[in-house]
Design a protein around this ligand. Structure first.
Ligand code: FAD
Ligand code: S2G
Ligand code: ZN
Length: 478
């Protein structure tokens, strides 16, 4: 491949200013967790679907693989180039327009590079709710949310990004544009193609736009922070919250005391309620279509019943929007506090909600026995059975050495237990390159075979994100 000619071709498509080959490309080449530093042949920033299609064609003809990238907040090293210096990072961040909002159809069509928080705010201004919310929403993009089928804190009510998507526009490995932005809720004309691309982590095509569901803004949103004697009590509270709040339950996050302790340590300005003696806390939200009074009556009734039941030992209900935001900010600061504490081992797992306390009991005991001194940062989306069962190095240990030497054996202990409980080794973050090899030990050969068949049918040249999710069987044509 003649590199100067190839780069000139890219410049002729997107403009010289949007083909980055030198200077500080760390933001594109280093993953958010600082796990792996890659090297891009070039970072290309198209401004339109047509330009994406031309870039893909040029790469296909030159035999240069492509890493689609949004906000680069992914957790599994799936959005940064490998170290070969031969890949193009295709950044969608310039394609961030909101194309249309259809109030009567309750849909919004948005380009892939739109930052999630900007979309949320645009919908709120128009009187609607776009109910995808994750702690990275200030940087992550809709394209990345679709690429990873992101979850977040409102899945318990609205589902993952997949459930929120009604249509896609995708550039295929052949440089064709599939325009499926219908906004239809019903369309039974063959395979539901959008669901192939959602969660495909940039390995099947480049999502350039999407039509997403909208919901009416709730009249009131009320947040409570509860203190619980055990994880089993958190599961009991979840059941009561479903009963009492039903569709009003729009967030239910559990936080272990050590996780909260990291927030207090690294963000001392944040006021974590209560004295930090109970093993678990929960932050939950009641969204109400009637009124704040109605929301408050329902939530206070729930907490009353929970205290009578004994599953909640104390609780506080936010008296203002600022207080509610402060309580959610504590929860969303946990991953950041972990990063400040040092490199850590993450387990983004899902298990049937009913079995989570038993799983955690066994996993805590197994890790304490095999790896004395490890610190367990256990928190997450209990409402979806999704725990961030993370492991921090023992106090004072070298975090880098701990990660290097202990990640595999600790993963092995945790994932073996996940299998015993018929769970998943990746609930919402995806596979990327970090979990690619582990996946082969935990996914059935039939399922892996089907995934390979789809990959080779849609991307026979292995152009898109080779070595992510599935190991690279077919190398690119030289
Ligand atoms: P990137 O990281 O840029 O890319 C992610 C993957 O999608 C890559 O494989 C990439 O190739 C692919 N991709 C990106 N854009 C496209 C496109 N246009 N077409 C096709 N493929 C594409 N995740 C959760 O699910 N739930 C959480 O609660 C959550 N909390 C987080 C909290 C913090 C503090 C951080 C840093 C991350 C968190 N994440 C969470 C992980 C991450 O934010 C999500 O995976 C998010 O969806 C990634 O979006 P992004 O735009 O940053 O994508
Ligand atoms: C969250 C972030 C990932 C982690 O905040 O819900 O998805 O384990 C997580 O830090
Ligand atoms: Zn999460």
């Amino acid at each position: 491949m003649n590199t100067p000619v190839f780069l000139e071709k890219l410049r002729s498509v997107v403009g010289p200013a949007y083909v980055l080959t030198e200077g500080d490309l760390t933001g594109y080449e280093l993953d958010w967790r600082k796990r792996e530093r890659g090297k891009a042949l070039a970072v290309v920033k198209p401004s339109s679907t047509e330009q994406v299609a031309q870039v893909v064609l040029a790469c296909a003809q030159a035999g240069v693989s492509i890493v689609p990238q949004g906000g680069n907040t992914g957790m599994v090293v799936g959005s940064t180039p490998d170290a070969s210096g031969t890949q193009v990072v295709l950044s969608l961040t310039r394609m961030n327009a909101i194309r249309a909002l259809d109030a009567d159809n309750l849909t919004i069509t948005v380009e892939a590079g739109c930052v999630l928080q900007n979309l949320q705010e645009a919908c709120e201004k128009a009187g609607f709710l776009f109910p995808l919310s994750l702690a990275s929403e200030g940087s992550c993009t809709i394209g990345g949310n679709l690429g990873t089928n992101a979850g977040g804190t409102q899945v318990v009510r609205f589902g993952n990004t997949r459930e929120l998507c009604l249509g896609l526009e995708v550039v295929t490995a052949q440089g064709e544009v599939w325009s499926g932005l219908t906004g239809l809720r019903k369309d039974n004309t063959g395979y539901d193609l959008r669901h192939l691309f959602i969660g495909s982590e940039g390995t099947l095509g480049v999502i350039t736009a999407a039509t997403m569901r909208l919901y009416p803004s709730p009249k009131a949103q009320l947040t409570a922070f509860a203190v619980l004697p055990s994880l089993q009590d958190a599961v009991t509270l979840l059941g009561l919250a479903h009963q009492h709040l039903s569709a009003g339950l729009t967030g239910f996050e559990v936080m272990g005391q050590f996780a909260l302790g990291l927030v207090k340590k690294h963000f001392p300005d944040q006021r974590v309620p209560f004295d930090g003696t109970s093993p678990y806390c929960v932050v939950l939200e009641n969204s109400d279509s009637e009124s704040m009074e109605h929301a408050r009556t329902q939530l206070e009734r729930l907490l009353e019943v929970a205290m009578e039941n004994g599953c909640v030992s104390d609780a506080v209900v936010a008296e203002s929007l600022a207080q509610a935001r402060a309580l959610w900010h504590i929860r969303e600061s946990i991953p950041l506090a972990q990063a400040q504490e040092g490199l850590n081992i993450k387990h983004d797992i899902s298990i049937a909600v009913s079995r989570i306390p038993e799983f955690v009991g066994l996993a805590d005991a197994a890790l304490a026995k095999a790896f004395p001194g490890v610190r367990l940062v256990n928190y997450g989306h209990l409402g979806d059975g999704n725990l961030h069962y993370n492991v921090q190095a023992p106090l004072g240990a070298d975090a880098e050495a701990f990660l290097r030497d202990q990640e595999a054996p600790i993963n092995a202990v945790v994932y073996a237990l996940v299998d015993v409980f018929n769970g998943s080794i990746s609930a919402e973050h995806g596979i990327g390159s970090l979990k690619r090899d582990t996946l082969t030990k935990h996914k059935s050969p039939v399922a892996l075979g089907l995934m390979r068949s789809i990959k080779s049918a849609l991307d026979p040249q292995n152009l898109f994100n080779p070595g992510r999710m599935l190991s690279s069987s077919a190398a690119l044509d030289s």
